[in-house]
Ligand binder design. Structure first.
Ligand SMILES: CCCCCCCC/C=C\C/C=C/C(=O)SCCNC(=O)CCNC(=O)[C@H](O)C(C)(C)COP(=O)(O)OP(=O)(O)OC[C@H]1O[C@@H](n2cnc3c(N)ncnc32)[C@H](O)[C@@H]1OP(=O)(O)O
Length: 719
């Protein structure tokens, strides 16, 4: 796990050998400890270079080992030994030096980085802190403000930024290991005392208390209820106020408080869930590792509304040429200006040139005849989309893949009108499409594995987190979210206010509660969908009373708001009132209070005081319950896929892991009990009825989430 070579007669070269990222597993820690001892004890060796195999220095501690109590050699002792040694040790950083990997580099006397390397202390994103001296050495090296920024955000920095900050001593475009060897030969003659970071005097700004207070407030605002960033601040404060050895003791105490916390477990689960979701498998056995995606160079985007514009920008900024099609001159011109503006702003932010030459705008569908793929992003209307897919069948060459950006319509119905149903699938982007990371790839029953592989690979190329899901109304994300918004509406009927529901959800960790989010997205979106599905408007069965539709409880309150022109932020009022149309500061609206009171009187509903616990349980347990149904129906193959969709598409708080992980943390037995309780109280809400899979898992003793798949296997997959 660590190789030892003697080079140039007097240098020990220690190479970490634990692919793919040379994580510091127990075996690697043992290997480095042994090799360092050997190098320091060998009189022939005058200096040491540490590097990583496969041009990657080190991705940090082995996160998989955090699931159990830590055993084996301690990083802290190893790093203290390296730093205290009497021979210069040089870190040759290629690829990445992250977390424990960067802490290893900080214990070395010199750091040489390749110009493409990235460095950082991302432990906070895993619910931890850099507990191998990172919180004590980094502030001594680069100062408290810069260290606080890096440690509390977990941001990685480029080698150039690292050099500017003083995190590395030199950067090179050549092989960093070769450079470090040359460097080491020169370093032998130099004194080491000033190179031991733990012994450096802390550069303390005068207004220390104010600085820590400001950072604490910033962190509390950005990451409400998240423990790790606050613990990071306390550890850096210890570095600023205590001698090194006492600071290290504090660092270790704070790490102990985080190490087995539910937040750390959730955040580490998210890390692996994201990687698991990328590894899709179809029932045919085709999977990410055995199907070659097509190479996409030319794409067409049909429709230049909000979604189409974002999709066009996402494609062009990764070098794909885009033909954007609209039906009217005015719409085309507006779309053109918006896309160009977005691409220019994006390029400016990234310090690159906007690839405007890749864009072409047209009113003629004929112009898409030679593209590799088409992504349809027209109005959410099945007959319009069917017409378009028929036309695309005629216009496009036979090899063109066709994708729809529908947010919930039947992908197979669209495939059915084309001459190539196996080459049709869904690519469901989230708004704004050039910003949001999630892409749901919808596999129709006839979609070929190549069609899916190409969508997944193209999504990844665009920087998206892609999840392959089956075809059903709303797919995974929107199918589940309906149950959550329904509960929120019912809670209003029963006595809650929008601000109470939102307050509870925001306290739980959502950046925005369901009503504030709905105001931001626009209430008309859901209204249109409900009208199309006959839940409101002229197609409603006249026998249905206002609060029942298609045999189930229904809340007409969102429709009432839309009928009054309250479409959310864009009209200046929705569930809240705003300072002006387009305003963003949500204030409780007495008119909504009146509307709710009137509604309750009209339907003889006795309002009651509803606890935050009930608000959370009703909204989130019903969400997880639908997630179990999604798994049961084979629309998602594993809980990780659902959680990733909720983390990246719906703002589910990462430190809670996602709706399925959260249910697992609460305890499946408890979730089942509470759903039974609520279903008993509201028998006309079928979504509150516990799913078969949830009951089955509880009957099997509530296995951990990683084992659920074994119980789902017997069911039918729609992927
Ligand atoms: C009582 C309390 C006592 C506690 C005592 C504890 C002492 C601990 C002391 C010190 C604290 C130090 C903590 C840490 O170092 S935590 C780890 C910090 N590092 C990170 O967060 C980096 C995580 N990795 C990444 O960001 C990326 O993987 C990457 C940038 C390194 C590479 O990206 P990419 O090329 O895109 O590859 P993948 O992400 O797909 O990864 C490939 C593969 O490798 C796995 N993997 C990556 N990093 C780690 C890791 N640190 N540990 C384990 N496994 C890792 C990843 O899961 C992929 O695996 P695969 O899906 O099976 O292929």
């Amino acid at each position: 796990m660590a190789r030892y070579e003697l080079v140039k007669g007097s240098l020990a070269l220690i190479t970490l050998t634990n692919p793919p990222v040379n994580a510091l597993s127990s075996a690697v820690r043992y290997g480095i400890t042994e090799k360092i001892k050997r190098a320091l004890g060998d009189p022939k060796v005058k200096a040491v270079v540490i590097c990583g195999e496969n041009e990657r220095f080190c991705g940090g501690a082995d996160i998989r080992e955090f699931a159990a109590p830590m055993r084996g050699h301690s990083l802290v002792m190893l790093f203290d030994d390296i730093e205290a040694g009497e021979k210069p040790v040089i870190a040759a950083i290629e690829g990445v030096a992250l977390g424990g990997g960067f802490e290893l580099a900080l214990a070395c006397h010199y750091r040489i980085a390749h110009s493409k390397a990235r460095l950082g202390l991302p432990e906070v994103t895993l619910g931890l802190l850099p507990a191998a001296g990172g919180t004590q050495r980094l502030p001594r090296l680069i100062g408290i403000p810069a260290a606080l920024e890096l440690i509390t955000t977990g941001h990685h920095v480029s080698a150039q930024e690292a050099l500017k900050l003083g995190m590395v001593d030199q950067i090179t475009d050549e092989n960093a290991c070769k450079m470090a060897v040359e460097f080491a030969l020169r370093a032998v003659a130099k004194p080491l005392s000033s190179r031991r970071i733990s012994t450096l005097t802390m550069p303390c700004p005068p207004n220390l208390d104010a600085l820590f207070e400001a950072v604490t407030m910033q962190v509390q605002k950005k990451a409400r209820g998240v423990m790790a960033p606050l613990a990071c601040i306390q550890a850096v404060r210890a570095a600023a106020t205590l001698p090194y050895s006492k600071g290290m003791k504090r660092e270790s105490e704070l790490m102990a408080s985080l190490f087995s916390s539910s937040q750390a477990r959730a955040l580490q689960y998210c890390f692996f869930a994201q990687r698991t979701a990328g590894k899709w498998t179809l029932p045919s056995g085709a999977q990410w590792s055995n199907i070659k995606p097509r190479d996409i160079r030319r794409a067409a985007v049909i429709g230049l509304g909000t979604m189409g514009r974002g999709i066009a920008v996402s494609l062009a900024r990764v070098g794909i040429s885009v033909i954007a099609v609209e039906t009217e001159k005015k719409l085309l011109e507006t779309g053109r200006q918006m896309v160009i503006g977005m691409l220019e702003r994006d390029a400016k932010r990234r310090g690159v040139t906007a690839s405007l030459y890749l864009l072409q705008f047209t009113l003629s569908l004929q112009d898409v005849k030679d593209v590799d793929i088409v992504i349809e992003a027209v109005f959410e209307d099945m007959s319009l989309k069917k017409r378009l897919f028929r036309d695309l069948s005629k216009v496009c060459r036979p090899s063109t893949l066709l994708y729809t950006n529908t947010s919930g319509l039947d992908v197979d119905a669209l495939a059915g009108v084309t001459d190539r149903p196996h080459m049709v699938a869904g690519m469901h982007f989230f708004s704004p499409a050039h910003v949001m990371k999630l892409l749901e790839v919808i596999c129709g029953p006839r979609s070929s594995s190549e069609t899916i592989a190409t969508a997944m690979s193209l999504g990844k190329r665009m920087g998206k987190v892609c999840v392959a899901v089956g075809n059903c109304p709303g797919f995974v994300g929107n199918r589940m979210v309906k149950t959550y918004t329904d509960q929120a509406n019912f809670l209003l009927e029963e006595g809650a206010t929008p601000e109470q529901v939102d307050g509870a959800l925001e306290e739980f960790g959502f950046a925005m509660g369901v009503f504030r989010m709905s105001d931001l997205a626009g209430l008309d979106v859901g209204w249109r969908i409900r009208k199309e599905s006959g839940l409101t408007g002229p197609d409603v069965d006249p026998k249905d009373p206002p609060h029942r539709r298609q045999g189930h409880r229904y809340s007409p309150i969102p429709d009432m708001l839309c009928e009054q022109g309250r479409m959310g932020q864009k009209t200046g009022c929705g569930w809240y009132v705003y300072e002006k149309p387009g305003g963003t500061e949500a204030k409780p609206d007495p008119l909504i209070q009146k509307l709710l009171e009137g509604y309750r009187v009209r339907y003889s509903i006795q309002p009651r005081k509803i606890s935050s616990q009930e608000l959370i349980e009703r909204c989130l347990y019903v969400l997880a319950n639908e997630g179990f149904r999604v798994l049961e129906d084979g629309i998602a193959v594993q809980p990780e896929d659902i959680d990733v969709i909720y983390l990246f598409g719906y703002g589910f708080p990462r430190h809670r892991g996602g709706p399925m992980f959260y249910a697992n943390m609460v305890g499946l037995g408890r979730v089942l009990d509470r759903l039974e309780h609520y279903h008993h109280a509201h028998p006309d809400v079928p979504h509150l009825k516990p799913s078969q899979l949830l009951k089955k898992l509880v009957a099997c003793g509530s296995p951990p989430i990683q084992k659920w798949k074994e119980h789902i296997k017997t069911m039918h997959s729609h992927l």
